[in-house]
Structure formats: structure tokens, C-alpha cells
Design a protein around this ligand. Structure first.
Ligand code: 5AD
Ligand code: SF4
Length: 493
């Protein structure tokens, strides 16, 4: 259904009729649709964009059709991710044209890493876009929207205003973002670090997200307390290079991530689980590894991208670690926390990758054992050093290597999930499942679990016996040794 069925902007009204109550009503009925691509940082940013726009009267809708403002929060990491945005913009064009033909409007904003990397090029390729806003500038959205609403769209139906905001502001945007005030999900993200100074040769992140920035510890602790007060029980600390976080400590001096994790565990009552992602092997320091041994709230699961098992390729990628150093980190982690499960990222077909290099990647996977992992064909990104390197690997070879890596990783994931069958594990229930009476939660190792149980258990961490596994989730049965609790929740004791 199109938005013309309900009041949108003031200009929609015949003769500019403006009963003040109606005007208030109109402000409250503005609808925002955010479509998120890519990483968890984008998921976080999308939620913050909604927070920034809430005071302007925007409430979130899941349908672009009924939105007054659509934001595409984009990803530039691989070519495919970038191209998806233009297809979506193409799909939105007729909707905008129709709105404008009816005398209304639909504001279109492109945010995220494509916005940052391509800037005005987005408007050239998609002239119906109104706002292009980079990841460091989205706190300026209210002002950008005001400018867009004031500016007339170009001639004819469909064109946008083409406002581009992609500078890296001098002040960190975090200082300008509003604090959360609404009920939070059980599991939430908290950005503590942004940007990257590592410059892996294949990666656009240092260019799209800018230099490393760490938020001060006090700000993070305050935000964490607030999120927990609003209902969160699990916090995932986010950063492009999260374990490079080095924030100012409350009493001066610089803290590392291990210290921050301890401060969160000790200083935020009600916070049941802590995770962090994404980490770089170079920044896995002793303090952080010790936190895995000593902080019960820190979950035994780590996403630690290695990209390749070949030292030759790792050097060419400017990863600044070897395969043996990765092995050593895994060994130290497992010594600290024997049940730690690992996840990783792999790139196959990096320029110059030989069969032998690739075999070394398979070897690394075999000897490490991953609970889950992501793998990608190398995708040349404009402006990155690797895109100019020789020789680029043939598409067919990349395809075969990807299939081989994914097959091995899938078998490891299946084996890992199968091992949990028959075991009792603590599950933090996050939300009701799709079927009535069903709950969905996660194990400490980030496996998704479905179990029968009453909705009031959402937000509780409860023992569950794992009874089955499916490709992407486990099936469980709530168990408890406490007879009274068992009666209350209808579980087996
Ligand atoms: N091609 C393929 N994969 C890439 N990644 C980053 N850049 C590229 C690229 N140019 C992968 C890396 C990274 C993950 C987020 O995306 O594995 O860890
Ligand atoms: Fe990209 Fe490397 Fe930085 Fe990760 S560490 S964001 S892969 S440049």
C-alpha cells in the first residue's frame, strides 16, 4: 500500500490546511525504513540512525512502501555488496516517482560504506537519491533531511536533491548520538571502537571507516549500564578492530580491551554475557586472553579472522602475522579457556595464490577446527593495493577453492554442533520463536537454539538439554534441577 493513503508532509494537504493537532499527528506518523547491508557495525549504525531520527517524529517501518524516508545502509567490502545497492535504488525509483506525481515525496538516503567510498558518484548513477551520508556523518541526518525537504527536487518526476555528506568530522560522532531510551533487545551491540589502521591490502575499511578511534571507557560503561537498565542481558562490543581498542580509563591512563571487559563484568550488574567482535590476531594480548580465563561473563567464542594459511599470502596481504603466530594465539586461548570455540574469515583466490598456498589454508583449517566461519572469493576493490597486484586468480579457480573451503568448514561446523547433542548447556533466550510456545536463544558458543517454553523466559539464561541439530540451529529441551522452577516453567527436572 502506498503512503498516499495517510497524511505525510504538510505540503500534502489541500490548501495547506493545518489544524495544529493534525500537524502534531502528521509529525508522529512519519515513517522510516532502514535497509541494512553488511557487517554488525552497520546493524548498530542503523539502530543509531533510527535513534537520531526519533525526535523528528520518525518511527521505524519494515516496509519501504509506507516509508517517508528510506535509508540504505550500505556495504562496500566486496563488489557484489556494493552493486546490490544500485539494484535496490532501481527498485525504489518507481515508488519515488509515483509519490512525487501524487504531490507527495519519498526521501532516499544512501548511508554506510558505499556512500563514503563513492560519494557524489552515487548521485551520478542514481540521480533520484536525496542524501548520501558517510558512516562518520550520520549524526548530521536531521540537518541533512531539513536541507533536503527545503530544497526543491529537480525538474520532472523522480529526481532527488543529491546532498552529499562524506567528510570525516573533527569531533567523533559518538558525542552527538542520543542515548537510547527505548526497551532494548536481550542481546545488543555496543560500538566501542571504529576504523582501522591496519591497511590489509585487499580491504576498503581503512578508507571507508577512517582511522582507528577508541571511545573512552567511562562512556562505554555508562552506555552499557543504560542498555542493561533498558532490558539487555548480553552486550557484544563492536569495532572494525575491536581488540585494538585503547580507550582512556576513568582515572586517566589508557586501558586495553581485557581491562574493559573486567570493568563491564564487575561494574554492570545484570549483564550476563559479554562478547566482542571483530578481532585482529596482532591485538590478542595477554590481558585479553587472561580475561577469557577469569571473567565468567566473557563468552567462550571468538571471531578471529586469519584470511589465509599461507605465510607468503599473509605477507602479501600485509596481515603482519604468520600462520604459526595464529596457531600460537589459538593455543594460548585454549589453554586459558579450554572450551573456547573459534570462528574466522577466509579469502580464497587472493592475487598470486598458488595451489600450494591454498593447500596451506586447508591445513590451517584442519588443524585449528572452527565452530563456524565465513569464506569469500577475493574481490578486487578500487583503490586498494591488491586490486593492482598480479596475477589475479581466474574466476573458475576461485570458485573451486571456495567450494573446497566451504565444504571443509561446513563439516567442521556440523561436527561441532553434533557434539552438543545430549549435553546440558546454558541458553540465553532472546525472543519468542516463529511457532507459538517456542523460544529462540543462544548457547555460549553462539549456536542458535529452539526450545519450547513460556515467553516470560525471554531474557533468562536457562539450562537446556540439546536434543537435535539442524543446519543452522539446535533443538533443545529446557531442564532444571530445581523442582519448583521446573513446575513453574513446565520443564523436566
Ligand atoms: N575480497 C573478498 N573478501 C574480503 N574481505 C575484505 N575485503 C575483501 C575483498 N576485497 C573479507 C575478509 C574480512 C571480511 C569482513 O571480509 O575476510 O575479514
Ligand atoms: Fe580490513 Fe585488515 Fe582492517 Fe580488518 S584489519 S578491517 S581486514 S584492513
Amino acid at each position: 500500500m502506498l503512503g498516499s493513503q495517510r497524511p505525510r508532509f504538510q505540503e500534502d494537504r489541500p490548501n495547506g490546511a493545518h489544524d495544529p493537532r493534525e500537524r502534531g499527528d502528521t509529525a508522529l506518523t512519519k515513517k522510516l525504513h532502514v535497509k541494512t547491508y553488511g557487517c554488525q557495525m552497520n546493524v548498530y549504525d542503523s539502530a543509531r540512525m533510527a535513534d537520531v531520527l526519533a525526535p523528528l517524529g520518525y518511527s521505524v517501518t519494515h516496509s519501504a512502501d509506507e516509508a517517508d524516508l528510506v535509508i540504505l545502509n550500505t556495504c562496500h567490502i566486496r563488489e557484489k555488496a556494493g552493486e546490490k545497492v544500485y539494484s535496490e535504488l532501481g527498485r525504489l525509483r518507481p515508488l519515488k516517482t509515483q509519490r512525487q506525481a501524487e504531490g507527495g515525496d519519498l526521501l532516499l538516503a544512501v548511508a554506510g560504506c558505499v556512500a563514503q567510498a563513492e560519494g557524489a558518484e552515487v548521485v551520478r548513477r542514481a540521480p533520484h537519491v536525496d542524501i548520501v551520508v558517510g558512516p562518520q556523518a550520520y549524526h548530521q541526518l536531521p540537518e541533512l533531511i531539513a536541507r533536503a525537504t527545503r530544497a526543491a527536487a529537480g525538474p520532472g518526476a523522480g529526481p532527488g536533491r543529491g546532498i552529499v555528506a562524506t567528510e570525516f568530522p573533527a569531533e567523533p560522532k559518538f558525542d552527538f548520538l542520543p542515548q537510547a531510551t527505548h526497551a532494548q533487545d536481550v542481546s545488543v551491540f555496543l560500538a566501542i571502537q571504529e576504523g582501522c589502521d591496519k591497511f590489509c591490502t585487499f580491504c576498503v575499511v581503512p578508507y571507508t571507516r577512517g582511522a582507528e578511534y577508541s571511545r573512552p571507557a567511562t562512556d562505554i560503561l555508562t552506555e552499557a549500564r543504560r542498555l542493561v537498565a533498558l532490558g539487555a542481558r548480553e552486550i557484544t562490543l563492536l569495532g572494525q578492530n575491536v581488540n585494538a581498542w585503547h580507550g582512556d580509563g576513568p582515572g586517566g591512563g589508557s586501558w586495553g580491551l581485557g581491562r574493559l571487559v573486567r570493568a563491564l563484568a564487575d561494574g554492570v550488574p545484570g549483564l550476563a554475557r559479554i562478547r566482542y567482535t571483530t578481532s585482529h590476531p596482532r591485538d590478542m594480548d595477554d590481558e585479553l586472553i587472561a580475561a577469557h580465563a577469569e571473567v565468567p561473563q566473557l563468552m567462550p567464542f571468538l571471531h578471529l579472522p586469519v584470511q589465509s594459511g599461507s605465510d607468503r599470502i599473509l605477507a602479501r596481504m600485509n596481515r603482519r602475522h604468520t600462520a604459526a603466530q595464529y596457531d600460537a594465539i589459538v593455543a594460548r586461548l585454549r589453554a586459558a579457556r579450554p572450551d573456547v570455540a573459534l570462528s574466522s574469515d577466509f579469502i580464497v583466490g587472493y592475487p598470486g595464490e598458488s595451489d600450494r598456498d591454498f593447500a596451506e589454508t586447508l591445513d590451517l583449517i584442519r588443524r585449528t577446527g572452527f565452530a563456524q566461519a565465513f569464506s569469500f572469493k577475493y574481490s578486487p576493490r578500487p583503490g586498494t593495493p591488491a586490486s593492482a597486484e598480479d596475477p589475479q586468480v581466474e574466476e573458475g579457480v576461485k570458485q573451486d577453492r571456495l567450494a573446497a573451503v566451504q565444504d571443509l568448514l561446513r563439516r567442521q561446523q556440523d561436527a561441532f554442533n553434533r557434539e552438543t547433542i545430549g549435553r546440558r548447556v546454558p541458553v540465553l533466550f532472546e525472543k519468542p520463536g516463529r511457532h507459538p510456545g517456542q523460544l529462540v536463544g543462544r548457547t555460549p558458543w553462539l549456536q542458535s537454539v529452539h526450545a519450547e517454553g513460556p515467553t516470560r523466559l525471554v531474557g533468562s539464561e536457562i539450562e537446556v538439554e540439546i536434543v537435535d541439530h539442524r543446519p543452522n540451529s539446535l533443538a533443545g529441551r529446557i531442564v532444571t534441577r530445581d523442582a519448583e522452577e521446573a513446575r513453574a516453567i513446565g520443564a523436566a527436572a
